[in-house]
Design a protein around this ligand. Structure first.
Ligand code: HEC
Ligand code: HEC
Length: 339
């Protein structure tokens, strides 16, 4: 009982520590000249999110976000009929069961992208990768289209359309894919209460016993870092994870911590989709963690050494808590849907 009480206090202390960290900071770059009037777009940043940094040369405008949204849903930027939204679908929090894409939510607050962190930096950098490397966007089609030249001219005030502008417009839209209205957010704003199962799950999540919060930290529910969470003991091919990017043996089997927001909607789980259900994932942490030299030290703590030894009820509580992270406002937000 004593440790439970401390866990609750600790959980709340965490939340308080997170409050007021969310101040908007602009970087030092000079903004692009824009004689044409654009309508500023204000992105809400909850007090328990990290600081929101928007590059000065790609400030959000209503017109820019709308252009990015149109591109996100349009196969004109690919050479094979695909649009971003084919694999990043709103009803699944902008992931898709096939091919187990990474979700698009709250990426405005992230700086590590793709499961192995192949691209680090700003949203503009990962969008440049998607446009130039993944889609190999042919701007001729955009420049010859009836609608796009005027829309790009309005937002970027220059012609012709470039792949950099496509990436910048997509970055503007993806920045607005913010999930901040789950039941858990409402709980933090004192607008609702959690059931006892959800609350017990929350406490367990934030305790040294369950210990999910060190990696899937409150707020974004990730820590913007790479870890080996024990799904493999030997690593070959793509399963070497972060090692394939850095060549550093200490990175073997490490992956970007995925956010757990909307996790109820983003099955299957892990970089290779090996777990079909949240129950399977909990059982992995409970009894399936595999040893290796890069396994995160958390799993060698006395509480973890012989598995978490959770009761059936505790496993159900954890799942119940994870489901409070589902944000139906987000997946039904008309501003994020097909224009
Ligand atoms: C054919 C399916 C497919 C299409 C189309 C697609 N993606 Fe993805 N996307 C994926 C998959 C799969 C991943 C995870 C890949 C990995 O990390 O190795 C991913 C990952 C990402 C990520 C990383 C997210 C994170 O949390 O790190 C971003 C950003 C992204 N895609 C943006 C886009 C954009 C923008 C487009 C359109 C230009 C697009 N994707 C089109 C399948 C797709
Ligand atoms: C040491 C850091 C760490 C700890 C502790 C940790 N996780 Fe994870 N978690 C990860 C990483 C890294 C991945 C992604 C691994 C991969 O893709 O192969 C992950 C993946 C997941 C996923 C799959 C998400 C998705 O979109 O595929 C869920 C669900 C999850 N963890 C829940 C939990 C829960 C619940 C706990 C506590 C019992 C926990 N994690 C503890 C690092 C951690």
């Amino acid at each position: 009982m004593k440790s439970l009480k401390y866990s609750i206090i600790f959980g709340f202390a965490l939340i308080i520590a997170l409050v007021a960290s969310c101040k908007k900071k602009e970087s030092d770059e000079t903004p692009a000249p824009s004689p044409e009037a654009l309508t500023p777009y204000n992105l809400y940043c909850p007090p328990y999110f990290p600081q929101l940094v928007i590059p000065a040369d790609n400030q959000l405008s209503v017109e820019g976000v709308e252009l990015g949204r149109k591109l996100y849903y349009d196969s004109i930027i690919s050479n094979d009929g695909r649009a971003c939204a084919n694999c990043h679908t709103q009803q699944y929090a902008f992931t898709n069961p096939v091919p187990n894409s990474l979700a698009h939510m709250n990426l405005a607050w992230n700086n590590k992208f793709l499961w192995n962190g192949l691209v680090e930096g700003k949203l503009e950098d990962i969008m440049a990768f998607e446009v130039n490397v993944f889609f190999m966007t042919n701007t001729t089609k955009l420049n010859n289209s009836a609608t796009y030249p005027a829309l790009f001219k309005k937002v970027f005030n220059s012609t012709p359309i470039t792949t950099k502008q496509v990436a910048y417009a997509l970055a503007q839209f993806v920045r607005t894919q913010a999930s901040t209205n789950s039941k858990f957010d409402k709980y933090l704003r004192y607008e609702t209460t959690l059931t006892s199962s959800e609350m017990n799950g929350f406490v367990l999540y934030n305790s040294e016993k369950g210990d999910c919060f060190h990696c899937h930290s409150l707020g974004l529910f990730n820590d913007n870092a790479y870890h080996n969470n024990g799904i493999d003991s030997a690593f070959v091919g793509v399963n070497r994870g972060r090692y394939n990017v850095t060549g550093n043996a200490n990175d073997m089997g490490k992956w970007k911590t995925p956010t757990l927001r909307n996790v109820e909607l983003t099955a299957p789980y892990m970089h290779d989709g090996r777990f079909a259900t949240l129950e399977d994932v909990i059982e992995h942490y409970n009894s399936g963690v595999k040893q290796s030299s890069t396994l995160d030290p958390i799993f060698s703590k006395p509480t973890h050494l012989f598995g978490l030894q959770l009761t059936t009820q505790q496993k159900a509580d954890l799942v119940a808590f994870l489901k409070t992270l589902t944000d139906t406002t987000f997946i039904n937000n008309p501003a994020l849907s097909h224009p």
